[in-house]
Ligand binder design. Structure first.
Ligand SMILES: [Zn+2]
Length: 560
């Protein structure tokens, strides 16, 4: 294929963090012009101390602000919109398009960040068509566990693409219409070259639960609860919040919203009509004394064990107004993000210790509950009859599983592209393949107000410090002779208890002096970087031999 022809192919580039392919951000590039789908973040894993979020790496777009045609959003979950305040300025504040609820959540969140540009964020509805460069996009409604979720039908010069967003087929949704299969078939009639389809549930057999089934399960818990019900979930899981409010009303309970993001999200959803509640159902936490425990429901943030969220504060007895007590029922209604299992387990144990019942239903999970499973994924492929399939929104194993399903319903293996973040999927009318060169996709970490200043090195340091502590060696060295003056000072934190390790310290001091004398040599310029490296390496080896630990070693050499 000539170079020119290849340039007029479409390139699809998933970006984002930690193996969740294309969930946070995806680029569609045609003749250098780029359409962006979603701009989200994901929560870090336990092994990333002090990191708040992981946002997509946008180095590929640096200096190319003028090539960006716009950003289209699927839905209001943070893994699809959360990075807006961190990245929108760097992308040149492009034109953006979102459904009313998604737009409301994005705009409200902007208020929490200083120095943000005024967003150019247009509202689009089910059926809205827009044109951005060579792309014609039609937004269509599709079920998930948040209202106002949009898939895209995208006409491109190489062929039509159907992007499902996160989805499930739900015959009985909450605050939403059932899936419009006729509409999906109409798209299919216009011929789909490529189907980009949600893979989150690809390893689960059968059909996903309807929001109505989930409601029934929740109802059982409400029927049996004698005291307060405290439910923790994601603030963006609007359907779950609506279900809990509706059940509370049914069982004569008042609802307290706890956690800043929970209150703001529910407020937006109420204004836009996506969360409905009777007057007086939602009360302020200060009014709780007016009602008996059996008439109180608390909906709070923190089902992931997030340190700063409301549930953790209640469990740690740090919450201003709420303490757990015997008779409370706690519902953890969201899946555990891989990597956070231990934190959630510790939290669960702590809650149980306080004499509280805990329900942690898999079927109420944000993932298991909100995403198409094997039967639905096959059905989607059968409806769309695409030439090519690009599984998206999932870990690698889910993408592979999705690919295997596609083969069963007749998509040839060569027409299925399993791509990872940073890889470039090259699409033309007759072929799909993954290009040899990748774009940078190592993730960017957000720590407080710092974006990207915590790199992998800082993270490794934090892991090391957390695991085996640190060991500082301060030696005074005579500049002329290269000899150590006196005995090196030692400071240790989290490694060994100094007073009980006299022998180890004596040997360490001796070794440090030996290393310095050897490396400073006799005469000539001394390479101090080399001296420090030698201390770090040799003492590191020595400690490992003696203790099987690897503390961080910081040599400080003072020349006099
Ligand atoms: Zn979602």
């Amino acid at each position: 294929m000539s170079k020119l022809a290849r340039q007029s192919n479409l390139r699809i580039i998933p970006l984002g963090g930690l193996g969740e392919v294309g969930r946070n951000m995806t680029l569609l590039e045609y003749r250098k012009k780029i359409l962006i789908i979603d701009l989200g973040f994901r929560l870090p894993e336990e092994s990333m101390p002090g990191i708040d979020y992981i946002i997509p790496n946008i180095i590929y777009l640096r200096g190319r602000e003028n090539d960006i045609l716009g950003i289209i959003f699927t839905h209001g979950h943070y893994d699809h919109i959360g990075a807006v305040p961190y990245l929108v300025k760097k992308l040149g504040n492009p034109k953006m398009f979102a459904s009313p609820l998604t737009r409301g959540i994005i705009l409200k969140r902007q208020d929490d960040f200083p120095n943000q540009p005024k967003l150019d964020l247009e509202e689009v509805k089910n059926g809205t068509k827009i044109k951005l460069g060579a792309f014609k996009i039609e937004f269509f409604r599709i079920n998930h566990n948040i209202p106002d979720n949009f898939g895209f039908f995208i006409e491109t010069p190489v062929g039509n693409i159907l992007h499902t967003s996160d989805f499930k087929f739900d015959p009985t949704p909450i605050n939403d219409l059932p899936t419009n299969f006729q509409k999906l078939r109409n798209f299919s009639k216009r011929r789909i070259l490529l189907l980009m389809s949600d893979s989150t549930g690809a390893e689960e057999e059968g059909h996903s639960f309807s929001e109505k089934d989930i409601l029934k399960n929740l109802e059982k818990i409400f029927e049996e609860a004698k005291g307060r019900i405290i439910t923790a979930t994601f603030a963006s899981l609007i359907n779950r919040i609506q279900q809990i409010i509706a059940l509370s009303e049914k069982f004569g309970r008042k609802v307290i919203l706890e956690g800043y993001s929970m209150r703001t999200n529910v407020e937006i959803a109420r204004i836009l009509g996506y969360v409905k509640s009777k007057k007086g159902t939602i009360i302020n936490v200060r009014e709780k004394e007016k009602y008996s425990d059996s008439r109180i429901t608390v909906i709070c943030t923190g089902a992931q064990g997030e340190g700063s969220a409301a549930l953790m504060k209640i469990a740690n007895r740090e919450h201003h107004f709420i303490r757990f007590k015997k008779g409370d029922t706690v519902i953890l209604s969201s899946s555990v993000i891989p990597g956070n299992e231990r934190t959630v387990q510790v939290l669960k144990d702590e809650i149980l210790r306080q004499g509280v019942m805990v329900f942690h239903y898999q079927m109420m999970d944000i993932h298991a509950g909100g995403h198409a499973q094997q039967d639905e994924l096959k059905e989607m492929i059968e409806i769309m009859r695409p030439k090519f399939l690009l599984p998206i929104h999932g870990q690698y194993s889910m993408l592979v599983s999705h690919g295997n399903l596609a083969k069963k319903v007749g998509i040839p293996e060569k027409n299925i592209a399993i791509a990872e973040n940073g890889q470039v999927v090259n699409l033309s009318p007759g072929k799909i393949f993954i290009e040899k060169t990748e774009v940078p996709s190592n993730y960017v970490m957000v720590d407080g107000l710092g974006v990207g200043d915590v790199g992998e090195v800082v993270l490794r340091d934090r892991q090391m410090l957390a695991k085996d502590g640190m060991f500082v060696i301060v030696a005074v060295v005579d500049r002329q002779t290269g000899k150590v003056k006196g005995s090196p000072d030692i400071i240790s934190r989290g490694f060994v208890y100094l007073r009980e390790s006299k022998e180890l310290l004596r040997e360490t001091r001796k070794k440090v002096i030996e290393i310095i004398h050897k490396t400073t040599g006799a005469g000539g310029a001394v390479n101090w970087v080399y001296v420090k490296d030698e201390i770090r390496n040799k003492i590191g080896e020595f400690f490992y031999q003696k203790t099987q630990r690897r503390p961080m070693i910081l040599p400080v050499l003072i020349e006099v």
